[in-house]
Design a protein around this ligand. Structure first.
Ligand code: MGD
Ligand code: MGD
Ligand code: SF4
Ligand code: MO
Length: 709
């Protein structure tokens, strides 16, 4: 189905679009098309959150779209799984074969379609090309369902348990704050528009505090950097509460009216003196006291919490504690006070999910659910009464699990199963696509329709195609539409076009559709200070200390840390976190030459003391290892304020930073940091604990040659 608004040859025009990536900023794009080709992708100057600017990565979106390695025809495997050897085939041949294979599995019995596993995440966050037509297809088929936990589920469920939904402050009002805590987030890398707002506040005299084990670009530019050990945020939050209680810095009136269960929290906080928390967090008690005084006495106080801090065993509890902090001091009374982790819950009633996804097509069937974060184990699992059937077919779209899922040796082994039928809808031959039986060429955001919600602001967004699909690329929705026809699904919803779905994705009583169509975006009507007088979307309107299913939040130490697992730490004494490299977006853009040239190669940042005792010098190739595997990286060694190289001094003692997420095939030994991470899940939300990971590091025998590939 060719998009209706592709530019005809011979003219130049600007098309209104949306950045599809998994980023809280969800920018509005102006795409300039000349002679049918995209020549420029720029930020929409009228859209307030975008304010005319894009990050470096998406400014290069045309480079990614016209990349010579784009997959532009359907491909069929000829080599072994994982080898990445394919031959082009026609769409009809590929789709007939795929539909035939899926049909054969589903035909074996009433629940047999559960052996078919969809696997998708946020390669595009679009409602149509994400779980739109695809969801309809899976529901009708009765395929296994997917628990989409890999990123934000610990924090998301924790926030919803506390406030009733994933809701928070408006990003623009951070500009008026006097104290901003940037907690578990590196916005210069991952949310540059928020960083611009924080700088406005800083120029107006606000104090900025960064809470992050890594001395990030962001931490460097804040007034205070609290470089705590990974997974100790809950202890820090409790000690801050200890100080609020003992110094009388609480807003008793706000607590009385709008917080339920504070007494239980008060008791718990009193057990966490700054000294006790400081020992747990590996920081100085003076830093906690200093921060507590600021939190207790500065208004408005705002917290930009982000998902970096919830990728540990106790991530959910930590988010619940931090989310309660602004309630205890009444920060929500002011529009520049409160907390923002996610704004996606504001869209709950604005998006027409039931229409888009059609769960009613299940017709009472209740297929099993597989957690995307344990796909490594699950692909290797045999049939059992607990698990259900062995996974026989997997269809991957908008995700690159072989690179991004934890414990990737197992993930790669699972995808290498010769008896697994694998279809991957992709732009490129990623590590995952290399394992496919069929790779189907997908359109990019410049080539298809979509509608978007966001988790960093409150504008509903519309993406129009700027150009016709390149080569034989087809949108995800079109592929599922065609598969549905071949499966014999006759419901009229399988004939809805991408454009129809995009235009009907929002509820007209909540989103101004005429404005959306005209400008490409429309702001939801939400109060400036939504919880100034309470009114949290919980059943009783109060923020909940003792939430059903979660209890009273507490600090839960990591699965793997020197303090919580001393025996393991005797062999693997360093905590490894693997936050994103600035020029990649998860594993997207790793194959864009200009961006990969900037990141150069996989690196491991180490503190000078940790390097010295291992005889490691800056620039050495090191082997990072634990019981799950090993990977190679170039060491970037530094001690804060000194050392060589642009990234010197980013690691604190005891913690190493392995920046992600590289494609395995660009790694020195065909692996990446996820070779070391594990599949144990967080306390709340069944999410991965990527940053709860002990390792050892040694100088590799290999000489320090140039980057691989
Ligand atoms: N350039 C770029 N932008 C991105 C992404 C990307 O890959 N690249 N990813 C996108 C996605 S999918 C997401 S989910 C968001 C993520 O957005 P953020 O959560 O803001 O992500 P990060 O930049 O990963 O910031 C996480 C920070 O948390 C720190 N951290 C790690 N462990 C802990 C801990 O235990 N406690 C505390 N306090 N801090 C910790 C890390 O050092 C890192 O600096 O960003 C999005 N934006
Ligand atoms: N060690 C470690 N691992 C991590 C993280 C970390 O910080 N450290 N971060 C985690 C986080 S926060 C996340 S969100 C996950 C992200 O994991 P994923 O959601 O898998 O994200 P990407 O790696 O960006 O892969 C998305 C893929 O979708 C493809 N794609 C984009 N648009 C389309 C489209 O329209 N159609 C189709 N068919 N394909 C499309 C892209 O080409 C890309 O290959 O990774 C997680 N993994
Ligand atoms: S990745 Fe984020 S900052 Fe960059 S263009 Fe997309 S939404 Fe904007
Ligand atoms: Mo994410």
């Amino acid at each position: 189905m060719p998009p209706t608004s592709a530019a005809p040859a011979g003219d130049t025009r600007t098309v209104q679009a949306v950045c599809p990536h998994d980023c809280p900023d969800t920018c509005a794009l102006h795409v300039t098309v000349a002679d049918g080709r995209v020549v420029r992708v720029a930020g929409d100057p009228e859209h307030p959150p975008t304010n005319g600017a894009l990050c470096t990565k998406v400014s290069r979106y045309a480079e990614r779209t016209y990349h010579p390695e784009r997959v532009l025809t359907p491909l069929k495997r000829v080599g072994r799984k994982g080898e990445g050897r394919f031959v082009p085939v026609g769409w009809d041949e590929a789709l007939d074969d795929i539909a035939g294979r899926l049909k054969a599995i589903a035909a074996r019995g009433p629940d047999a379609a559960q052996a078919i596993q969809p696997y998708s995440y946020a390669g595009t966050m679009g409602l149509v090309q994400g779980e739109g037509m695809a969801a309809r297809f899976w529901h009708k088929l009765g395929a296994s369902q997917l628990d989409r936990t890999i990123c934000s589920n610990a924090g998301g469920e924790a926030l919803a348990a506390t406030y009733g939904a994933k809701v928070g402050m408006h990003v623009e009002f951070f500009a008026e704050s006097r104290l901003i805590l940037i907690w578990g987030s590196n916005p210069i890398t991952s949310s540059v528009h928020f960083w611009n707002v924080a700088q406005q506040a800083k120029r107006a005299g606000a104090r900025l505090v960064c809470i992050d084990p890594r001395r990030t670009e962001t931490a460097e530019k804040c007034h205070q950097h609290v470089a705590l050990l990974p997974g100790t945020d809950g202890a820090l939050a409790l000690a801050l509460m200890h100080e609020l209680v003992t110094h009388g810095w609480l807003d008793d009136d706000y607590i009385e009216r709008h917080v339920e269960g504070f007494e239980k929290l008060r008791e718990r906080a009193l057990a966490w003196t700054p000294e006790r928390a400081a020992a747990e967090c590996g920081i100085d008690p003076g830093a906690i006291r200093e921060l507590a005084r600021e939190v207790g006495t500065t208004r408005p106080l705002s917290i930009r919490l982000n998902y970096g801090m919830q990728r540990v065993r106790g991530g959910g509890n930590a988010v619940r504690l931090i989310a309660l902090l602004p309630c205890l001091v009444g920060a929500w009374r002011h529009r520049a006070g409160g907390l923002l982790l996610s704004s996606s819950g504001w869209f709950r009633s604005a998006r027409r999910d039931a229409w888009l996804q059609r769960p009613d097509l299940l017709e009472g069937r209740r297929p099993r659910t597989v957690n995307m974060s344990t796909i490594g184990d699950d692909l290797l699992r045999e049939a059992s009464p607990d698990f259900g059937p062995r996974i026989e077919a997997i269809v991957v779209y908008n995700s690159n699990p072989v690179a991004v899922a934890p414990e990737s040796a197992k993930v790669a082994r699972g995808f290498a199963r010769e008896d697994l039928f694998t279809v991957v809808l992709e732009h490129f031959l990623t590590d995952t696509a290399d394992h496919a039986d069929y790779v189907l060429p997908a359109t990019t955001q410049l080539e298809h329709w979509d509608a978007h919600v966001t988790y960093g602001h409150v504008y509903a967004m519309l993406n129009r195609p700027a150009i016709a699909p390149l080569g034989q690329a087809r949108s995800n929705a079109e592929v599922f539409r065609q598969l549905a026809a071949r499966m014999g699904f006759t419901e009229p919803c399988f004939a809805d076009s991408d454009e129809t779905m995009a235009m009907a994705a929002f509820d007209p009583s909540r989103v101004k559709l005429d404005e959306l169509a005209k400008k490409g975006w429309s702001r939801l009507a939400i109060a400036d200070a939504p919880f100034a007088a309470g009114g949290f979307p919980t059943p009783n309107g109060k923020a909940l200390v003792d939430a059903p299913g979660c209890g009273v939040p507490d600090h839960l130490p990591n699965y793997e840390s020197v303090r919580s697992a001393p025996e393991l730490a005797a062999r693997y004494p360093l905590a490894m976190i693997s936050p994103p490299a600035r020029n990649f977006l998860n594993s997207s853009f790793v194959n864009v030459p200009s961006l990969r040239a900037t990141e150069r190669e996989p690196v491991l940042e180490m503190h000078g003391d940790d390097a010295a005792v291992r005889g490691i010098a800056d620039g050495d190739i090191v082997r990072i290892f634990n019981d799950r595997g090993s990977t190679l990286a170039r060491a970037v060694v530094g001690t804060a304020g000194e050392g060589a190289g642009k990234d010197a001094g980013r690691a604190r003692p005891g913690v190493v930073n392995g920046l992600g997420v590289w494609w395995r095939k660009y790694g020195r030994d065909g692996t990446n940091v996820n070779q070391l991470t594990h599949q144990r899940l967080t306390d709340i939300g069944r999410a991965p604990a990527f940053y709860d990971c002990l390792v050892q590091v040694e100088r590799a025998a290999a000489p320090a040659a140039g980057p691989a590939a």
